[in-house]
Design a protein around this ligand. Structure first.
Ligand code: SF4
Length: 333
């Protein structure tokens, strides 16, 4: 059986169930690289120039971790998934960059995804990819339809059940049905929204287990994936009008929504050296200053970010939220 490797980095958290369903529908086995470690990150960093952003360094490390483990590696060039909305240039050149810096990589299965070129081009690209596994166009079509349905189910699972991508992936992989959330919301529990790209929010090595630390401190953690596409798009329209970047929803949309909702705190997470995020996070920060509904902190992560530094900033931020809530309670009594 042909083995297709998928790096556990960058777009993995957005699309893994869809990709897995597609390749398995074509009769392939899917191999995912292990969670990020310091060794994976260091090996990736050693292959690219120093000012490459942290998630791309981690991505290269994950590709290296798959060398010898699979027959092909799937690396799509995702240019645009919505009309006239464009992706960061790093995604556009990902397959070519990987070929150049990791020559020992297994053959790369790449596909150009650019919705601006029209649906016909998109379907042809999927068919060309499927033909690497089967000459039967009906089988490719069936796998593609199942993949689309898996993606919808994945998104719906996260937004309706308040799950993070790793939790939703685990449920979908174990193929168990989830019961709707029955626990009533706790009105006294403080909630903190994390805004940023999934490859920063859910990579526990890169963010020093931020979600785990917040949950340990008894905060309810909210993330962009827990919102519906409509909620995210509405928040973007209210805040900036029309989006320009593909994944603006994860930063501007989620940030705008949670600030309007008046959650206790919003933490914006971005990677050092990321051009799009430096603009988008600035918009969220200015909105936080305008609305004054929630405490806001931005956290910039890079390869040398020390765990102690993250913990200190987090403790100071949580302390600020605690004092603010106490002041509000004093005013209310
Ligand atoms: S959006 Fe920023 S962090 Fe993400 S790949 Fe592009 S430059 Fe890197």
């Amino acid at each position: 059986m042909i083995k297709v490797g998928i790096p556990r980095a960058l777009l993995y958290y957005q699309y893994y169930p869809m990709w897995q369903t597609f390749f398995e529908g074509l009769g392939a086995a899917v191999v995912v690289s292990p969670p990020t470690t310091q060794a994976i990150l260091s090996s990736g960093s050693s292959r690219v120039v120093a000012d490459t952003c942290l998630p791309v360094k981690a991505f290269c490390g994950h590709v290296l971790a798959l060398v010898g483990e699979c027959d092909y590696i799937f690396i799509p060039a995702v240019r645009s998934v919505k009309r006239k909305i464009y992706n960061c240039s790093k995604f556009l050149g990902l397959p070519d960059m990987t070929k150049a810096v990791i020559p020992e990589s297994p053959p790369i299965l790449d596909i150009d995804i650019d919705i601006n070129k029209g649906k016909r081009e998109f379907y042809q690209a999927i068919y060309r990819l499927g033909r690497r596994f089967t000459w039967n166009p009906l089988r490719v079509r069936k796998a593609a339809i199942a993949a689309g349905q898996a993606h919808l189910k994945y998104r719906q699972l996260m937004s309706s059940q308040g799950l993070t991508p790793p939790q939703a992936i685990e449920i979908m992989s174990s193929k168990t049905e989830v019961e709707p959330e029955t626990l009533p919301p706790n009105p006294t529990q403080a909630n903190i929204a994390l805004v940023g790209h999934p490859y920063l929010l859910y990579d526990e090595h890169i963010n020093h287990r931020l979600i785990h630390r917040l949950e340990q401190a008894h905060y309810k953690v909210l993330t962009p994936e827990m919102l519906t596409t409509e909620q995210l798009e509405l928040a973007i329209t209210r805040m900036v009008g029309r989006p320009y970047w593909t994944y603006e929803e994860e930063v501007v949309g989620a940030g705008g929504h949670y600030l309007e909702r008046g959650v206790d705190g919003v933490i914006g997470i971005m990677a050092f050296g990321c051009g799009p995020d430096s603009l988008m996070m600035n918009m969220v920060q200015r909105q936080a200053a305008r609305l004054r509904t929630s405490s806001f902190m931005s956290l910039t992560l890079e390869e040398h970010t020390a765990e102690a530094g993250v913990v200190t900033r987090l403790e100071a931020f949580l302390d600020m939220i605690h004092r603010r809530k106490r002041r509000q309670a004093e005013v209310c009594v």
